[in-house]
Design a protein around this ligand. Structure first.
Ligand code: AMP
Length: 214
């Protein structure tokens, strides 16, 4: 099964994806996580992506497509499928994904849009804190992290992502509306789009997703 989680930055894709893959038992492919891990490790891929990420812009399609194509060819994905989180983000990426999957005699089963209005996203993103080790998330007002900023799950440091600054949030939302939101219609026209209210409490969103993908 190949499932895409689509939605603006801050919609809860990462949180929902982590819970979903635990339940469904298939690989979670988050292009943002892959880029951040490469940035932290100082790899050439991380260095290439750094400027785009810091500005809240998209990393060029050819780089992302190569990265995802490589990941999709691995045996775990070919055997079990994958949950794609943060990819595709442009129509060109969606077309490339279709090409990869067709070559593997596979196809996208569903594209689930987590729908959240911009007004809620700015508040969510500017207060967001995440664990550098395992990706677990908190919010300074809604679910504050521990005072020592040490992740209770893995012991990793809890930090604010560089691209969660107010100026970068604005440009990420602009990029989402210009380049990524057209994908909702792209998948709708193929009969694959499902929409979930991403403003509901996380457990309710999770339950709605589980029902859709059952
Ligand atoms: P995310 O963690 O999904 O919010 O991604 C963080 C940043 O990584 C984005 O703002 C982009 O700069 C970059 N990125 C992640 N996924 C993609 C993608 N599919 N296409 C282009 N850039 C991406």
């Amino acid at each position: 099964m190949i499932v895409i989680l689509l939605g603006p930055p801050g919609a809860g894709k990462g949180t929902q994806a982590s819970a979903l893959v635990k339940r469904l038992g298939f690989p979670h492919i988050s292009t943002g996580d892959i880029f951040r891990a490469n940035l932290d490790a100082g790899t050439p891929l991380g260095l290439e992506a750094r400027g785009y990420m810091a500005a809240g812009e998209l990393v060029p399609d050819d780089l992302v497509v190569r990265l995802v194509g490589d990941r999709l060819s691995k045996p775990d994905v070919r055997e079990k499928g994958a949950l794609l989180d943060g990819f595709p983000r442009t129509v060109a990426q969606a077309e490339a994904l279709e090409g990869f999957l067709t070559a593997q005699k596979a196809a996208v089963d569903a594209c689930v849009l987590l729908d959240v209005p911009d007004s809620a996203l700015v508040e969510r993103l500017s207060g967001r804190r995440v664990c550098r080790g395992c990706g677990q998330g908190w919010h300074v007002s809604f679910s504050p992290p521990p005072a020592d900023l040490k992740c209770p799950r893995c012991g990793g440091p809890i930090y604010q992502r560089d691209d969660d600054s107010e100026a970068t949030i604005k440009s990420r939302l602009g990029v989402y509306h210009d380049q990524t939101s057209p994908l909702a219609d792209w998948y709708k026209s193929r009969g694959l789009l499902r929409v979930v209210d991403g403003q509901a409490p996380p457990e309710e969103v999770g339950a709605a997703l589980a029902k859709l993908l059952a």
